[in-house]
Design a protein around this ligand. Structure first.
Ligand code: COA
Length: 389
């Protein structure tokens, strides 16, 4: 059974229409200087009428499949990470599956804000590592231009549309995903939120009049959170992979704000060339931003076979996630396993052993706990009696 999940194909799509900071100056009370110095963004792409999450996903997915030489009919699973699907129901993944001609693949969408694509990548890897599927198409797409309030200068200048996709395939070689870190802190759920037109505020004229159907964000709260988790999560996956930060060729962070990325870079003490930044071109494309940055990094020749890269995201939820990958898009058939660096050979079995130990501990606790309950009751009663005496 192949136990390793490696990326074998990738693709991206961004809409034709560019919306520059100067264009925004004509729409709202803002300036190119404010946006550039606070965020690093110069322009973003905006979907044309008729372009949607589904159509953008199809465009990036087709490129990824072509690169992996994988016909759509052979795709075994599709996951689309997005917060801006075509419809609330059905999942846009099912529409992508149909229009792609991937009739044999189950498909589902995954929502974890801007962290969604890394969550999807790690989820896909689990299906491959357990032997359930030999390949998975992992897409991150956002159609945020329909979700932002174009009268709210605090949010609308930040976001853009786009899509990125990768194909993950099973491998016998110890390559691909080395380790991952997934996190969530729901106590800050309202820091980045679409408040209206769902369960708490069902669609109504009032909800629309109050503009609750648009994205709301507490920028400072998100900034603080992001600056902390970005570096911490990278550090965790690097250590769990048995590597040091110097072993990492490129960190590909979620593109939300170049100041957040710069703070993390300084905390991690890595040189600028090891941190991928393309926010100037696309703004924050949420779940699409990391795969878009990956494709740009590959186009710029910043990742070579054999490199180790780290993907790291953060966003609504609040959530965060990182994944360390050994980059080996071509199956390294000719390399005997023993020639691989010991650390990498050990990283995945160690991670698996840790997970197995953790699950054993949980299932033991689940079994033992009910047996102990009468004892707890007896001990509590005994303490009460002693107190009375
Ligand atoms: N143009 C001009 N001025 C603007 C503006 C805009 N587009 N947006 C806000 N301002 C003003 C504010 O009104 C405020 O004015 P005031 O001091 O007179 O009240 C001033 O700029 C400072 O606002 P503030 O919110 O403190 O700015 P900031 O330095 O925190 O930067 C963000 C704002 C949004 C760029 C920053 O908080 C951020 O990037 N946060 C993280 C957001 C993020 O990453 N979200 C996605 C997570 S996936």
């Amino acid at each position: 059974m192949s136990k390793y999940a490696r990326i074998t194909g990738w693709g991206k799509y961004v809409p034709e229409r560019r919306l520059t900071n100067f264009d925004l100056e004509k729409m709202i009370d803002t300036s190119d200087e404010w946006i550039r110095t606070r965020t690093g963004i110069r322009e973003r792409r905006i979907a044309a009428p008729g372009e949607t999450c589904c159509s953008m996903s199809l465009a990036s997915a087709r490129q990824a499949l072509a690169m992996a030489h994988l016909p759509p009919s052979d795709v075994e699973l599709i996951i689309v990470a997005t917060s801006t699907p075509d419809y609330l129901v059905p999942a846009v993944a099912s529409m992508v599956q149909d229009r792609l001609g991937a009739g044999n693949a189950p498909a589902f969408s995954l929502q974890a804000g801007c962290t969604g694509w890394v969550y999807a990548l790690v989820t896909a890897s689990q299906f491959i590592q357990t032997g359930a599927y030999r390949n998975v198409l992992v897409i991150g797409t956002e159609h945020l231009s329909v979700g932002v309030d174009w009268t709210d200068r605090a949010t609308c200048v930040l976001f853009g549309d786009g899509s990125g996709a990768v194909v993950l395939e099973a491998s016998d070689q110890p390559t691909g995903l080395l380790s991952f870190d997934l996190g969530s802190d729901g106590s800050d759920y309202d820091a980045l939120i679409f408040p209206g037109c769902a369960g708490v505020h069902p669609p109504s004229h009032d909800v629309i009049n109050q503009r609750l159907h648009y994205l709301r964000m507490d920028g400072r709260r998100v900034f603080k959170f992001a600056s902390r988790v970005l570096a911490d999560s990278v550090r965790k996956v690097v250590i769990d992979s048995g590597l040091t930060i110097d072993d990492i060729a490129l960190i590909i962070p979620h593109q939300a704000n170049d100041r957040i990325i710069e703070l993390a870079r300084r905390r991690l003490k890595v040189p600028p060339e090891k941190m991928m930044v393309n926010i100037d071109r696309y703004g924050n494309t949420s779940a699409a931003s990391i795969p878009l940055a990956l494709v740009d990094a590959l186009d710029e020749g910043r990742i070579q076979p054999g490199d180790r890269v780290v993907f790291v995201g953060f966003g609504a939820g609040l959530t965060w996630a990182a994944a360390a990958f050994h980059w080996e898009p071509q199956e390294p058939m000719s390399i005997p396993v023993l020639d691989w660096p010991v650390r990498e050979r050990l990283a995945q079995p160690v991670a698996r052993a840790r997970t197995a130990l953790w699950s054993a501990r949980i299932s033991l606790a689940t079994k033992v706990e009910p047996l102990l309950l009468p004892l707890y009751g007896f001990a509590a009663g005994y303490r009460k009696r002693r107190k009375k005496e």
